[in-house]
Design a protein around this ligand. Structure first.
Ligand SMILES: C[S@@+](CC[C@H](N)C(=O)[O-])C[C@H]1O[C@@H](n2cnc3c(N)ncnc32)[C@H](O)[C@@H]1O
Length: 205
């Protein structure tokens, strides 16, 4: 496992702010909606069949499934509680949306080759996972294998104008879009609570 097995998961709604909290950490907040939508719209420019890692509040999942170009969209989520919270808020889901349970770092080895046109990658990971060089060296070739030629890998936005070392060696073409953002005053996971976010889109040749 790349994550703790049974963390405390709750949806915190306070002063107009919506936070998905996992083990006391801000795993996702609703102010990200416009960035999630921009990432989702970019993904959908590249085809019809999509895969996503991390359900969270389901903002990107619903946007991808709702795009007229989308034939099928599968979202992988690690925790039952996250899906339960999402389904309680969205009892009727689009027919082209499938939610699966699993840990991406295991599941990616099982996904069929050249099976998707785009993958949106937005798991909330511990720092020891982000810094595990061997894990990324093993994982990213699998991501490339799963993408169709011309397909894309879009990780969640960065609030620093830097390409992420985990992904860059595995792609030759990278598209970056800058989007201004304003987080909540209470947000702790961005570099500052406003500024520019960079959506990075890695294209498989
Ligand atoms: C930042 S949220 C996703 C937000 C989502 N894009 C949205 O629009 O609401 C991250 C999610 O990834 C899930 N997650 C974390 N590690 C994972 C893993 N290894 N495999 C699959 N899902 C994972 C978390 O449980 C959480 O629901």
């Amino acid at each position: 496992m790349t994550q703790r097995s049974s963390p405390a998961i709750e949806l915190v709604e306070h002063d107009g702010e919506v936070t998905l909290s996992i083990d006391g950490e801000q795993a996702m907040q609703a102010w990200e909606r416009d960035l999630m939508w921009a990432s989702a719209d970019m993904l959908c420019e590249y085809g019809h069949d999509f895969y996503e890692v991390g359900l969270g509040l389901g903002l990107s999942a619903l946007r991808i499934a709702g795009n007229p170009a989308t034939r099928g969209h599968t979202v992988l989520e690690l925790f039952d509680e996250v899906e339960d919270l999402f389904r309680a808020r969205h009892p009727e889901l689009p027919e082209n949306l499938t939610i699966e349970r699993g840990d991406f770092f295991h599941r990616v080895f099982e996904l069929p080759s050249e099976s998707v046109d785009g993958m949106f990658f937005d798991p909330a990971l511990d720092m020891e996972v982000w810094t595990d060089k061997e894990l990324w060296a093993a994982t990213m070739p699998q991501v490339v294998r799963v993408l169709r030629p011309g397909g894309v890998f879009i990780p969640f936005f960065s609030t620093k104008p830097e390409l992420r070392w985990q992904y860059t060696p595995h792609f030759r073409r990278i598209r970056v879009e800058r989007h201004p953002y304003t987080a909540y005053d209470t947000t702790t996971y961005t570099y500052g609570t406003s500024g520019d976010a960079y959506i990075q889109c890695f294209v498989k040749d």
